[in-house]
Design a protein around this ligand. Structure first.
Ligand code: SF4
Ligand code: ZN
Length: 124
C-alpha cells in the first residue's frame, strides 16, 4: 500500500467508526447500523470510490470540491460533530492519525482545483 492509499484507508475507517458511535448512541444501533446510518455509510463509500483526486485526495473535510449533496453533507457533519470528540476515547490512535492527516497541506491537484473554484466564485 502506498502512503496515499494508507491515508484514504484510514479516513474510511475513521468515517465508519464515527458513524458507528453516532448510531449506537443516538439510534440504539448495536452491532449493525440502523437503516439511516447504513444509507449514509454507503453514500460515503460511493463518494470515496468516485473521488476525482485519487492518490492526491485531501481529507473530505478539507476538500475544495465537497462532492456530497447538501443533505448528506449536513448529515455527515452532524455525525462528525458528535463523534469527533468521542473518537479520542474509543479509537485514540486512529483519531490522532486522522487529525494529523487533516493538517497535511493540500496536494498540488487539490490546490489547483481550490484556486480555480475561488476564481470562479469571484467571477474572474
Ligand atoms: S469530498 Fe472531496 S475528497 Fe471527499 S470524496 Fe468528495 S471529492 Fe473526494
Ligand atoms: Zn443510526
Amino acid at each position: 500500500m502506498t502512503p496515499a492509499e494508507r491515508r484514504v484507508a484510514r479516513e474510511w475507517k475513521t468515517i465508519q467508526a464515527m458513524i458507528r458511535i453516532y448510531c449506537r448512541n443516538n439510534h440504539g444501533g448495536r452491532g449493525a447500523l440502523c437503516e439511516e446510518c447504513e444509507e449514509l455509510r454507503l453514500y460515503a463509500e460511493r463518494r470515496l470510490e468516485k473521488c476525482p483526486f485519487s492518490d492526491e485526495k485531501p481529507t473530505c473535510v478539507k476538500c475544495p470540491v465537497h462532492c456530497y449533496e447538501a443533505g448528506m453533507r449536513e448529515r455527515v457533519r452532524q455525525v462528525m460533530r458528535y463523534s469527533g470528540p468521542r473518537m479520542l476515547l474509543r479509537h485514540p490512535i486512529l483519531a490522532i492519525r486522522h487529525l494529523r492527516d487533516e493538517k497535511l497541506p493540500l496536494s498540488p491537484k487539490a490546490q489547483k482545483v481550490a484556486e480555480r473554484l475561488k476564481q470562479q466564485a469571484s467571477g474572474s
